[in-house]
Structure formats: C-alpha cells, structure tokens
Design a protein. Structure first.
Length: 442
C-alpha cells in the first residue's frame, strides 16, 4: 500500500501544487496560507465548542496570530449544509466585511461557506440581470443551483468573490478542493448543487492527524463518499478524453479507501490507515473535478432525512453498477481486482465480463458495506416507498440534470429514461434483488 500512497501524493501535488498543504502535522501552516489572502478573516468553524475540535481550533488560532491575521470566529453549518445556515453565514460575511474567509470543518461547513460567500457578494439586481431570476428568488440561493451560474453573475457584476481558505477536518467529501457546494432545503428534504469553478477555495489544508479524534460514524460515512466519488466518475468516463487520467486516480482512490476504512474501524488510532483514508478521499475530490457523479449521488440528495450521504451512496452504487454493466467492462475489471484482493469477492473473476462481472463487483461492494455494519438495501436503511417517489421526482428536476448526463448511459427525463431505467433500479435497491435491474444495450 505504500506504493499506492506515494502515487496518491504525486497525483495530488500534480493537481494542486502549492495551493494545497496535506499530510501529518501541517495544521500550523494555516495562518501562513490565510495571511497570503488577507489580514482580516472571518473564521467559520464546524462543531465549535465540542471537545474533539478544541485542539484543532487552538492550533489554527495560534497560527493565525503568528501570521498577523485578525480573526472573528463563528459557528459553521449543520449536517448537509442547511440553507438557513447559508443565510446566517452570509449575514456574518456582510456584517464583518473580512478580507478572507476561513472555513474549518467537513463538507457541510465548507460548502455552506462557499455559498454564503456568493450570497454576500452579489446583489439581487445583479442576479436578475445575469440569470433572469424572478424578484422573489433573486436574493436567495436558488438561482445559483446548476452549473456555472456563479460565473455568469460574476461576469455581469464585475465583482470577485472573497478569497476562501478551507481547512478540512474529515476524510470525506473533498469540499476543500472542489467546485461543488451542496445545499439542503430541510423543509422539502431535498439537496441541490452549485457547480462552479468560481467557488474553488484559493488554498486548502488537511492535517490527517485531525481525523484521529473524529467520530467513527463521520469517518465511515466519509470513506464511502470517497469511494462513490471515484467510482461514479470512473463509470462515466467511458469514451471520454479524460479516461486514462480518471483510471489512474480511481484505481488509487478505491484501493486506499477499501484498505483503510476497515482498519480504521478496527483501530481508530491507526495512523497508516488514517493517511490511506485521507489520501483516498482527497483523490475522490480530484475525481469530481475530472468528471461528475451520477445516479447514486442524485438519489442520496432525496434521502437526507433517513440516511447520511456516504451511506446512501454506498447502498445505491452496487445497483447502478449492474445497470451500467455493458458500458464499464474495463472499470469493472479494475474494481473487481481491488475487492478480490481485499477478500470481498471470493469467486474467480477470470473470464467474467458484462453483467456477470458487474454482479460480482456489486456483491463485493455490498459485502464491504456489511463488514462496516452498513445496510445493503434501501429498505434495510429505513427508506420508504415515498422516498423512492421523491427520488424519481428529483431526477426530473432541470437543476439536477447534470447527474443524468454524467451516467455511462446518459438519461433523458424527457424521453422517459427515469421511469424506464432508474425506477426499476431503485426498486431493486429497495428489495436487494439485483435481477430486477434492467439491461442496457452496450
């Protein structure tokens, strides 16, 4: 595994260069990175006041003082970045008028800080002009959902966002490295997505030592999210110009997380396993900057009231793997080898291809989840038939269309693909019956 870790480090340095500081004992460099962006910072910190965050925050504040940065600290966002938290944070940004935003936390707080930065920068008039947003929506986060809308407003307004430095505290979403901001409407139970290069943090820090004290549920969910990022993008890379690069990134990511997650569960203090998870989930972040996630991520957006994001993706991904079998032969071979080496596939995979190989990989993924104590079906996870209906409705939302287009076999809601292909796949995920998944021509 040492060779794979070295490969992962090389890939991350090649991608991010000096803008990303990662590894063990690097948290003290935060102040230096923030000072390069400005001397007055608003610190948005997750889990403020909780014991496991106290040491981390102290190290960060000491480094900020050493860097001559004046900082006001406020609490970050709740799980899944509720839109109410985004509005609260945007008000703080507008009130304090910092030179730089520092977001410290997992994906939810970093995503909320990205969105709050956007809201605090542009006026409703600028949003109306750039995006033709109606009066009742122009001052909200809604017009920004989708791809490239922040950049459109930025171009019309002639303004830049505040620089944002992200300090990651969980091996999970890769939010500290990416162009994504997932925001949730808790009233409807639906998550939506801003996708825009304009919101990528200017600098990021991830000290893998911080994860040693993280809650185990957070660690397990985050590792599964990393797998979902790499596997969904890798499946969708068939025929794309970026296939070879994605293969390189996905192979390392999947191997590192499959290796690291069970070891961390057995021994939370295993530094080697923590490094494996940190590097693996960082490569998951790299994956979603190369391509996009698809069906499992889309489905997870409708399950926030019953399942954490990582677990939702872990339940759904095996079933979508079978749906896409005819399009992902090479990808299946690579993942099958990783799962077999780790002991999650026992049968011989030599000579298997297409749907037969996909079934083996899907069952290997399910066995991996069961080893971690996670459910294997939507029903086991507490998902209802009403949730299935919500997932189907969300899949037809134009603001989430990119998820359909990212699939190895792109779906079009207008021609009935969601009902014809996605619904039976979700029904299979509900019951656990892989045979119910429709066959898609190669």
């Amino acid at each position: 595994m040492e060779r794979v870790m070295e490969k992962a480090e090389s890939l991350l340095k090649e991608w991010k260069g000096d803008s990303y500081t990662f590894g063990f004992e690097v948290l003290g460099k935060t102040g230096e990175l923030v000072a390069r962006q400005g001397k007055r910072a608003l610190g948005i910190v997750a889990d403020l006041g909780q014991g496991w965050m106290a040491g981390t925050l102290q190290t960060i504040t000491d480094s900020l003082k050493a860097g001559g940065v004046e900082t006001e600290i406020i609490i970050g966002a709740g799980p899944n970045a509720p839109r109410e938290d985004v509005y609260r944070l945007a008000l703080h940004v507008a009130r304090t008028r910092p030179e730089v935003i520092l977001a410290v936390g997992g994906g939810s707080t970093i995503d909320a800080a990205k969105a709050a930065n956007v809201l605090a920068t542009f006026s409703p008039q600028e949003v109306k002009k750039a995006l033709q947003a109606p009066d009742d929506a122009a001052g909200t986060i809604d017009p920004y959902f989708g791809v490239g809308n922040v950049t459109k407003v930025k171009g019309i307004a002639g303004k830049s966002l505040l620089p944002l430095v992200a300090v990651q505290t969980a091996a999970s979403s890769g939010a500290h490295l990416t162009k994504y901001s997932n925001i949730t409407d808790l009233v409807t139970g639906q998550k939506k997505l801003i996708v825009d290069e304009a919101i990528v943090p200017q600098a990021a820090v991830f000290d893998y030592r911080v994860t040693l004290g993280a809650p185990m549920d957070l660690t397990l969910d985050g590792g599964l999210d990393g797998i979902a990022h790499a596997w969904e993008v890798f499946m969708g890379a068939t025929g794309q110009a970026y296939y070879e690069k994605m293969k390189e990134v996905a192979e390392a990511c999947l191997a590192l997380v499959v290796y690291g997650l069970p070891r961390v569960k057995a021994n939370p203090g295993d530094r080697d396993a923590r490094q494996s998870l940190g590097l693996g989930t960082d490569l998951g972040g790299y994956s979603i900057m190369i391509g996009g996630t698809s069906g499992p991520h889309l489905g997870s957006f409708s399950l926030i009231d019953v399942l954490t994001h990582g677990r939702a993706c872990a339940v759904l991904n095996p079933y979508y793997t079978v749906l896409f079998a005819s399009k992902i032969h090479d990808q299946l071979g690579i993942f099958a080898e990783i799962l077999k080496e780790a002991g999650y596939i026992k049968a011989k995979t030599e000579g298997k291809k297409g749907r037969a190989l996909a079934m083996m990989v899907a069952r290997g993924m399910i066995q991996f989840s069961k080893t971690l104590g996670f459910p294997a079906t939507l029903a086991d996870a507490g998902v209802s038939k009403a949730h299935i209906k919500r997932m189907i409705i969300a899949a037809k939302d134009p603001q989430l269309k990119m998820k359909l287009q990212n699939m190895p076999t792109p779906m079009e809601a207008e021609r009935g693909d969601v009902d014809k292909l996605m619904k039976p796949t979700l029904d299979a995920a509900f019951t656990g019956d892989l045979d119910r998944i429709p066959a898609v021509d190669g």
